[in-house]
Design a protein around this ligand. Structure first.
Ligand SMILES: CC(C)(COP(=O)(O)OP(=O)(O)OC[C@H]1O[C@@H](n2cnc3c(N)ncnc32)[C@H](O)[C@@H]1OP(=O)(O)O)[C@@H](O)C(=O)NCCC(=O)NCCS
Length: 192
């Protein structure tokens, strides 16, 4: 099995997104402050986000990037990033080049003791309300990451594409497809 994976491996990740102006406000009151972090304070986001590292921050300083946080007093309970331009997606081992009107969401993390308050939904919705409503917001999510898909679908994001890479004897072959927004998989009829 391990030997077979060394010869051939496929990684697929879904593209979800929405027109910013169509973002739907999440329902509950989370009791924290949603804020944009000044670039001088970006390092604070490292403390509570194992999905983020110094190399990310160095890259983000060279492009248009925004860090959205949920604060509980001085503590950053959650953070997420929005990028413009290009971004290397480690999971599928490729650089994505975004259209000028597109904002790419990544490096989202909610501290485990703050989960269940829809903080990811609130942070992304907050950002969506701060940009041109005709701009697009997009992000990549694995199909097994139901908490993430649910967080996005409840603010109106829909599955609209897939990126996948096949690794054959160490060589990467990139593929993508884009399709009309699919019906949500995590919402009940009353929510969608
Ligand atoms: C994804 C993440 C940011 C969401 O955190 P959050 O904002 O606290 O999300 P919530 O817990 O409020 O919402 C998740 C929803 O998924 C639901 N959910 C979780 N596991 C589920 C499952 N197995 N099946 C169905 N629903 C599930 C929860 O019930 C909740 O919905 P509800 O509020 O209607 O009950 C957080 O789980 C996290 O940091 N994960 C690790 C990092 C990560 O995966 N980042 C995203 C990469 S794309």
């Amino acid at each position: 099995m391990v030997w077979r994976k060394a010869i051939y491996r496929k990684v697929l990740i879904g593209e979800f997104g929405i027109r910013a102006g169509d973002s739907v406000a999440p329902p509950n009151d989370h009791g924290l402050v949603i804020d944009l972090l000044n670039q001088d304070d970006w390092h604070l986001a490292l403390e509570n986000n194992p999905y983020l590292n110094e190399a990310d921050l160095a890259r983000f300083r060279n492009q248009a990037a925004t860090c959205i946080v949920a604060r509980d007093g001085n503590r950053i309970a959650a953070s997420t990033w929005m990028l413009r331009g290009g971004f290397f997606v480690t999971e599928v081992s490729r650089e994505l080049h975004l259209r000028p009107d597109t904002h790419f969401s990544c490096r989202s993390f909610v501290a485990s003791d703050y989960r269940g308050r829809a903080l990811l939904s609130h942070m992304i919705h907050h950002y969506a309300m701060s940009i041109d409503p005709d701009n697009q917001i997009t992000g990549l999510v694995f199909d097994w990451n139901i908490p993430s898909i649910r967080s996005l679908e409840r603010i109106g994001w829909r599955h609209r594409g897939d990126y996948w890479t096949t690794f054959v004897l160490g060589r990467a072959f990139h593929h993508e497809q884009h399709f009309p927004p699919r019906p949500p998989i995590t919402l009940s009829n009353t929510e969608s």
